[in-house]
Design a protein around this ligand. Structure first.
Ligand code: NAD
Ligand code: TYD
Length: 339
C-alpha cells in the first residue's frame, strides 16, 4: 500500500510517519511537506534512509507539483496533516491559513479524484465546534454538534471539513474526517502551550499564561491520535466523521504548575499576560463513536504522557534549541514582549 502523508515534517504528521513505518513494514510512506517554519527535516532524519520512505518538499497548493507526485507515486490513501496550525498566528495573519488549510485541501482532493478516486482522510480538530461553557461540565462535542468556530484557524479547518464532505456527496470521493482534541508529545513545536512552557521553564524564563489560565483543553498523547487515524483509514466508514479524545480535561494553569513541579522550577516563573482574542473557554470531546465502531481507546494516561514528553524535551534539547534560537525569536518578541 502507498500512503501519502502531507505535513509529515510537523508534530503529529511525523509521529504518524514513525507509527506507520514501524507497524506496516510493507507499506510505502510518501511524505509531502512545504517545510514552513513548523516543518523540520531533522525530525525525519531517522527515516530518511528507509527504503519505504520518500520525502518531497512541496506546497499542497501547488497543483502541477501535486499532480506530478500523484502520477508518479500512485497512492492508495492520502492522509492530510498539512496545515497552518497555530491559533495565535491565525489572529495575526489569517490569509495563509485560508490558502493552505482550505485551498490545499481541495487541491489534494482534486488529485485524488483525478488519479482514481483515491481514499482521502482529513485530519481536523475539535476546534471546529467552537467552545463549551465552563459551568456545563455535562456538555461534550459529538460528531453532530454544529460547527461554530471562533478563530481564523478553526474557521479555515471547518471550511475544509465542509469541502471534504461536499467532495463525498458530489463526486463520491471516499473520504473520512477525524476531529481530535489537543495533542501533546515529542516533536511538538515550541510555540504551543506545553512545549513552550517546558522550554521556557528549562531556561528560567517567564511562563506566559493567557488571561487567568482557566481555559480548559482535552489533552491526548500524540501516539494515541496516530493510532486512531490508522484505525480510521483501515476500518472507518466512508463519508463519516470521527471525534478523537481521551476525556482528559485540564485547566491551562494546572498544566503549567505541573510542568514547574516536574522540572523542579518555582511557580514564581508564571506570568499572567493579556488574553488571546476570542479565546475558546473549554474543549471536550465525546469519543463514543470511535470507541463503539472501531474499538479505539486512548492508551496513555496524562500523568505518564506528560512525564514521557518532559523527558523527551530534556533528552532532545538540540531539536528545540535549534528552533527557538532562529526565526522563532522574532515571533516570540512580537507575540510576548509587552503583552
Ligand atoms: P504543525 O504545525 O506541527 O505541522 C504542520 C506541518 O504542515 C508542517 O510540517 C508544515 O511544514 C506543513 N505545511 C504547512 N503548510 C503546508 C503547505 N502549504 N504544504 C505542505 N506542507 C505544509 O501541526 P500539527 O500540530 O502537527 O497539526 C497537524 C494537523 O493536525 C493539522 O491539520 C491540525 O489542524 C490538526 N490538529 C492538530 C492538533 C494539535 O493539538 N496539534 C489537534 C487536532 C488536530
Ligand atoms: P495552544 O497550545 O496554542 O493550543 P489551542 O489554542 O489550539 O488549544 O494553547 C493551549 C491553551 O494554552 C490555550 O487556551 C491558550 C493557552 N496558552 C497560554 O496560556 N500561553 C501561551 O503562551 C500559549 C501558547 C497558549
Amino acid at each position: 500500500m502507498n500512503v501519502i502523508v502531507t505535513g509529515g515534517a510537523g508534530f503529529i504528521g511525523s509521529n504518524f510517519v514513525f507509527h506507520m513505518l514501524e507497524k506496516y513494514p510493507d507499506y510505502r510512506i510518501i511524505c509531502l511537506d512545504k517545510l514552513t517554519y513548523a516543518g523540520n527535516l531533522s525530525t525525519l532524519e531517522s527515516v530518511m534512509d528507509n527504503p519505504n520512505f520518500k520525502f518531497y518538499k512541496v506546497d499542497i497548493c501547488d497543483v502541477p507539483a501535486i499532480d506530478k507526485i500523484f502520477a508518479e507515486e500512485k497512492p492508495d490513501v492520502v492522509v492530510n496533516f498539512a496545515a497552518e496550525s497555530h491559533v495565535d498566528r491565525s489572529i495575526e495573519n489569517p490569509q495563509v491559513f485560508l490558502e493552505t488549510n482550505i485551498i490545499g485541501t481541495s487541491v489534494l482532493m482534486d488529485a485524488c479524484r483525478k488519479y482514481g478516486n483515491i481514499r482521502y482522510h482529513q485530519v481536523s480538530t475539535d476546534e471546529v465546534y467552537g467552545d463549551l461553557p465552563l459551568d456545563r461540565p455535562d456538555l461534550f462535542f459529538t460528531e453532530t454538534t454544529p460547527l461554530h468556530t471562533s478563530s481564523p484557524y478553526s474557521s479555515s479547518k471547518a471550511s475544509a471539513d465542509l469541502l471534504v464532505l461536499a467532495y463525498y456527496r458530489t463526486y463520491g470521493l471516499p473520504v473520512t474526517i477525524s476531529r481530535c482534541s489537543n495533542n501533546y508529545g515529542p516533536y511538538h513545536f515550541p510555540e504551543k502551550l506545553i512545549p513552550l512552557m517546558i522550554a521556557n521553564a528549562l531556561n528560567d524564563k517567564p511562563l506566559p499564561v493567557y488571561g487567568e489560565g482557566l481555559n480548559v483543553r482535552d489533552w491526548l498523547y500524540v501516539k494515541d491520535h496516530c493510532k486512531a487515524i490508522d484505525l480510521i483509514i483501515h476500518k472507518g466508514k466512508i463519508g463519516e466523521v470521527y471525534n478523537v479524545g481521551g476525556h482528559n480535561e485540564m485547566r491551562n494553569i494546572d498544566i503549567v504548575k505541573l510542568i514547574c513541579k516536574e522540572l523542579g522550577k518555582s511557580e514564581d516563573l508564571i506570568t499572567f499576560v493579556a488574553d488571546r482574542k476570542g479565546h475558546d473557554m473549554r474543549y471536550a470531546i465525546d469519543p463514543t463513536k470511535i470507541h463503539n465502531e472501531l474499538g479505539w481507546l486512548p492508551e496513555t494516561k496524562f500523568e505518564d504522557g506528560i512525564k514521557l514528553t518532559i523527558d523527551w524535551y530534556l533528552n532532545n534539547r538540540k531539536w528545540w534549541e535549534d528552533i527557538i534560537s532562529g526565526e522563532y525569536q522574532n515571533y516570540y518578541h512580537k507575540m510576548y514582549d509587552e503583552r
